[in-house]
Design a protein around this ligand. Structure first.
Ligand code: OSB
Ligand code: MG
Length: 370
């Protein structure tokens, strides 16, 4: 199949509440939305990149540049037989995984629609509902944190992740643990600590956490392997796992107990599934991270999370946790009885794009035609 047209859009979507991590604070998202046309089919993708290069080296402007100048023209020149063909074609461009991911997602939507199958089915999903939790940003004080967590529990979420940083780590975690002794609780440091902080991080050991996510540098595996031997909380890597190779290295080096998979970070669904499969073969569980995706990106997340080795609840909350109005007509809602989202069964990714609203939030467009 030949792609006939690719359209890129920069959009701006404000959050319902600011989101703060150890390294940055955001008020909304500026992702790049991809529209792909071939064989009379319209498919969609999203590069769920940060506005600024604070989580990864990429940001909205680098995604835009790399897609326009390299990735979209390369894809237009290629005869595609299967969605798995996209990753090797784009591999000529080094890195730039978020840029690649939006195009790769759209190709998966395209092929799934053409096959009349749901994306989850195409990927090998085995669940019709996926367990989800919520990622809670750094709050102004402990009272605000307890209130925020309490609100999410009232909404039906049954797993909570706290963002931590030096000065906002042991005490907030203790406070939430004391308030909810049985809550599934985990923390995420977004690369703010150093190996010298090992003793400090071991103070989280008594809180019975599911995991601690990416305590050390965004590009480190080596020191994480050392840290893992000095703390009891299971260690999870996020930022460091940028490809199947990095996942294999981390597993062989025993640098983590669990891997967070974000398809944007690894360049798409094909390599996400490879990481899933090689972790599974090594007996290591994975879980699905989030990049505060819009309803388009979220549909890909939910389908991927239906694979068998995604064993812990994902950071893929219902659309309303992020956006007052999303760019889809069929947002995901939380199944309160089991803190899950329902995996779409319609052909393709299942997202029904709200093109009128998408036009309203678009502030730049570009297109390429065959
Ligand atoms: O580290 O998991 C992270 C959001 C943006 C960048 C990095 C991270 C996050 C989250 C949010 O934790 C998860 C979500 O989408 O709800
Ligand atoms: Mg993380």
């Amino acid at each position: 199949m030949r792609i006939e047209r690719i359209e890129l859009r920069k959009i701006h979507l404000p959050y319902v509440a600011p989101f703060e991590t150890s390294g940055w604070r955001e008020l909304g998202r500026v992702p790049v939305i991809v529209r792909m046309e071939a064989d009379g089919i319209v498919a969609w993708g999203e590069s769920p990149v940060g506005t600024d290069p604070f989580y990864s080296e990429e940001c909205t402007e680098t995604v835009w540049l790399i897609q326009k100048e390299y990735l979209a023209p390369m894809l237009m020149e290629t005869e595609l037989e299967r969605p798995e063909d996209v990753t090797p074609v784009l591999a000529k461009v080094r890195g730039n995984h978020f840029a690649k991911s939006g195009l790769e997602f759209a190709a998966w939507d395209l092929f799934s629609q053409r096959a009349g199958r749901s994306l989850a089915d195409m990927l090998g999903g085995v669940r019709d509902r996926v367990p989800v939790g919520v990622s809670v940003g750094i709050q102004k004080d402990i009272d605000a944190l307890l209130q925020t967590v309490s609100d999410y529990l009232d909404a039906g979420y049954r797993r909570v992740k706290l963002k931590i940083k030096p000065g906002w780590d042991i005490e907030p975690t203790r406070a939430v643990r004391e308030a909810w002794p049985d809550l599934k609780l985990q923390v995420d440091a977004n690369s703010i600590y150093h190996l010298e902080d090992a003793e400090h991080l071991a103070k989280l050991d008594p809180f019975d956490l599911l995991l601690i996510e990416q305590p050390l540098a965004h590009n480190d595996i080596f020191d994480h392997a050392k840290l893992k031997r000095r703390i009891n909380t299971p260690l999870c890597l996020d930022e460091s796992i940028v490809s199947p190779e990095y996942a294999r290295w981390a597993i062989e080096m025993e640098a983590c107990d669990i891997i967070n998979i974000k398809p944007g970070r690894v360049g798409g669904l094909t390599d996400s599934r490879r990481i899933h499969d090689l972790a599974q073969a090594a007996g290591m569980p994975v879980w699905h991270g989030g990049m505060l995706e819009t309803g388009i990106g979220r549909a890909f997340n939910v389908a991927l999370a239906s694979l068998p080795n995604f064993v812990l609840p994902g950071d893929i909350s219902a659309n309303a946790r992020y956006y007052a109005r999303d760019i889809v007509l069929n947002p995901f809602t939380l199944n309160r009885e089991d803190s899950t989202l329902t995996v779409p069964t319609a052909p393709g990714n299942g997202a029904q794009v709200d093109e009128d609203f998408l036009d309203q939030v678009t502030f730049e467009r570009w297109e390429i035609r065959a």
